[in-house]
Design a binder for this molecule. Sequence first.
Ligand code: UP5
Ligand code: MG
Length: 204
Amino acid sequence: FDQSKVDVIFVLGGPGAGKGTQCAKIVQDFDFAHLSAGDLLRAEQAREGSPYGELIRTHIREGRIVPMEVTVKLLENAMAAIIAENRTANGWGDGRGRFLVDGFPREMDQGLKFENEVCVSRFVLFFTCTEEVMLDRLLERGKTSGREDDNAESIKKRFRTYQEVTMPVIEHYRKQDKVREVDATSSVEEVHAKVKETLEPLFG
Ligand code: UP5
Ligand code: MG
């Protein structure tokens, strides 16, 4: 990718913090494409003939991080496809693209690989939320989501992976002064208003 033409924002926060919900709202206000690493992995898992189906399924159920080669490749392919199709409202052409990369990087090596091989991120949009609130949200969603990791046992494992493996990523970017933090405990609309304040000066 031509780094001068591509903007990437990493969107992080615990399981159920509301990353996907907020990204869906951001793309309504700003010229971004939303790529969820988790959604890309689930789509790959469901794809007939995928060599990674079983690997992805077990990792997700156990709340473990899928080997980064798989995820980085899926993200890279999705970005390339969007740039090639030039399918956003404002008509990016000539290799331009703006991406919210949601739920990634979840471990330091993933982030380093992505930034070395694909694109450096502008900053990290970081949603904070208590485990108590996130647990409630995920159990509620689990009643209808069909997600194999929306059950109490998997959620516990996801929380542990988040604390042990993903928080160090946040700390890494914090040291570089690249973390924009938003409290995500309040209502969807309230959180969105705060996100807008953060993004408006840069991308409005
Ligand atoms: N909700 C959202 N915001 C709310 C609010 N403000 N008030 C009240 N309710 C709110 O929201 C979760 C639920 O809460 C929804 O029902 C929503 O309506 C409600 P959502 O927006 O989906 O939260 P999000 O943070 O996106 O939660 P998600 O479950 O997607 O987070 P995870 O980070 O756990 O899931 P992800 O899909 O990113 O990853 C799943 C797994 O994939 C990982 O555990 C891992 O095994 C694997 N993975 C990798 O291996 N590598 C990667 O790079 C990425 C994922
Ligand atoms: Mg999500």
